[in-house]
Write a protein of this length. Structure first.
Lengths: 274, 305
């Protein structure tokens, strides 16, 4: 009995150690964001230091981070809502009105998600230029809504298939319109599923970089584009401020992902694995 | 009686209209993916360069494949192709081994398991360009990075890994980010393995290794396939890490296909050439998927024999 307990404890210690090592770069980033610039580039590295909020004050709250985060938040929110608005009725049709073509349509949708972004970036750039969508929120919102649409349709279809059709039939007998079926019957039942779907779309959109860097210059650039500007060293003393900016950029998604751990798997595999 | 007679009819009438509710989403996706795809094909047959506005012309039927010919004759292209394949295959192998190990570690109740899982999935949630700057400066910088401290503490000279082994560094960083992805899916697979099956195998005298080989692995097959397939598709598109850490260099040692397309399109503004490269990227993605499915099918057949 005790041997078994010891085994479990050793297992716990080993696994937590591995987890800590994997997490360490993130922890180190967060720690560095509270160092002075001189402490941040001290050698050997400083494990203990007196924390300062200067970097957060200068780089995040007083600097450009908040502005870019505003862009990211607005683009993420609007594109997710648009994807849900387009995807919800589509999922309704896929779940409750199956035809011979339904499976084919679903697979085709998923295949569009697999198209390499680099393969279509040139025409997208030209189209954006001709429609004056370059460096606009609207352009990225339209694009990211499409990027997340297959995921949204797949996930919501899965959730809807779990709703007994009898509930919808009962509402119809009471004379419910399509809109009432959506808002009175399905929405309340699907809130957890929709939240999980939205959270996943949020994670993908928030972190997206390739389209963002090629289709925006400054006004509509999301946070990922700003963080990437640190690719060039910015003077001698920027590492701590860079860490503050990077930490601010990843914290919302880390929290969202921690909350949605269970749904991550369903979403990542488009429901192929539940 | 009346409801029983009219209800199926009404449901069918409603159904006929409502199945078209998927039309907006499908049209939207066609506009957003198929139209650009068709345009990529067309542009790849032009000599259009945005720096020369008069150049927006079709190459003519006798010379329409000129962009493709130039690319195939360019030795750099083969290097870029090799980089892309090496990067993707290495990341898939590394993340599979680590992801499997981590999933097995988590697939057993112990105090602190939720914490361990939460910490382990975090790299995947990181914005890739944020991971890139953290690795580039905080961890790998030769002057103040942690790697320098570790190697000095071990009595070794501090080297700049990104310079010494650029592609390996990118592979390591991308693997760090993608290991949690594989781990999560395999963990879902492990947890769907019925306890009584494991118990039965144990009673039959299966040791831990035999159990893993003959019970766990076959059960995990579908999960492994999906994890690796999706990973291949996504890792072929890696861009942010290369953009931030190496800019494709030194030389073209870390340039993959997406980065090459980025250079061709947005620093040389060569629409025609970049589009032809884009077609190669699309073909490569499809080839990778087909090849992978082929391997899976063959493995299945051999297993069946």
């Amino acid at each position: 009995m005790t041997r078994r307990r010891l085994g479990t404890l050793a297992w716990a210690a080993g696994t937590l150690l591995v987890a800590f090592v994997m997490f360490f770069p993130i922890l180190w980033m967060a720690l560095t964001s509270f160092k002075t610039e001189n402490d941040a580039i001290a050698f050997p590295p400083k494990w203990f230091f007196s924390p300062t909020f200067e970097n957060w004050r200068i780089a995040v709250f007083g600097g450009p981070v908040l502005e870019f985060m505003g862009n990211t938040a607005w683009i993420t929110l609007a594109s997710t809502l648009l994807a849900l608005a387009l995807g919800f009725p589509a999922a309704y049709a896929m779940a409750y009105y199956r035809t011979k073509r339904t499976d084919g349509s679903m697979l085709w949708m998923m295949s569009t998600r697999m198209l390499p972004p680099a393969g279509v970036i040139v025409p997208l750039f030209i189209i954006f230029r001709d429609l004056s969508l370059l460096d606009t929120h609207l352009g990225l919102i339209l694009l990211f809504a499409g990027m997340n649409l297959p995921l949204v349709v797949w996930m919501i279809t899965g959730f809807m298939e779990d709703v007994p059709f009898a509930l919808i039939e009962a509402a119809r007998l009471d004379g419910a319109t399509l809109w009432q079926e959506f808002t009175r019957v399905l929405l309340p039942l699907l809130v957890p599923g929709l939240a999980a779907t939205a959270l996943l779309a949020l994670i993908f959109t928030w972190n997206e970089f390739f389209f963002a860097v090629n289709l925006t210059t400054r006004a509509a650039s999301p946070l990922s584009v700003y963080v990437s500007t640190f690719k060039a060293a910015q003077g001698d003393l920027f590492v701590a401020k860079m860490s503050a900016a990077a930490t601010a950029a990843v914290v919302p998604v880390l929290i969202a992902g921690w909350l949605a751990q269970r749904q991550l798997v369903t979403g990542l595999t488009m429901g192929a694995v539940k | 009686m009346t409801t029983a007679m009219t209800q199926p009819k009404r449901r069918r009438r409603i159904g006929e209209g409502r199945r078209f509710l998927s039309a907006p989403a499908i049209v939207y996706l066609i506009l957003l993916t198929q139209v650009p795809f068709a345009l990529t094909i067309y542009y790849s047959f032009t000599n259009w360069n945005l720096l020369r506005p008069a150049s927006a012309g079709f190459l003519g039927f006798d010379a329409m494949f000129r962009n493709y010919q130039r690319i195939l004759q360019n030795p750099d292209f083969w290097q870029v192709l090799v980089n892309t394949v090496v990067l993707t295959v290495s990341v898939v192998v590394v993340t599979f081994v680590l992801g499997m190990a981590f999933a097995l570690l988590l697939n057993r109740p112990f105090p602190g398991r939720t914490l361990a899982r939460t910490l382990l999935i975090s790299p995947f949630l990181m914005m890739p360009v944020a991971s890139a700057v953290v690795w580039k400066y905080l961890l790998l910088d030769p002057a103040f990075g942690l790697s320098a401290w570790v190697s000095r503490s071990l009595g070794l000279p501090a080297v700049y890994l990104v310079e010494r082994a650029p592609l390996a560094s990118i592979i390591a960083i991308v693997s760090w980010q993608w290991t949690p992805f594989v781990m999560l899916i395999l963990l879902a697979g492990l947890q769907s393995l019925p306890e009584d099956v494991v118990e039965a195998a144990r009673l039959d005298g299966a040791g831990p290794l035999g159990l893993f080989r003959h019970v766990t692995l076959p059960h995990l097959r579908r999960f492994i396939e999906i994890a690796l397939l999706l990973e291949i598709i996504f890792v072929l598109n890696v861009f942010g890490e290369i953009f931030v850490i190496t800019s494709g260099g030194p030389g073209i040692q870390t340039t993959n296909l997406p980065y090459q397309i980025f250079l061709e399109a947005f620093s040389r503004w060569n629409v025609g050439r970049a589009s032809a490269y884009g077609i190669f990227a699309i073909v490569l993605a499809n080839l990778a998927v087909i090849l992978f499915l082929q391997v899976v099918r063959r493995a299945r057949q051999e297993e069946g024999r």
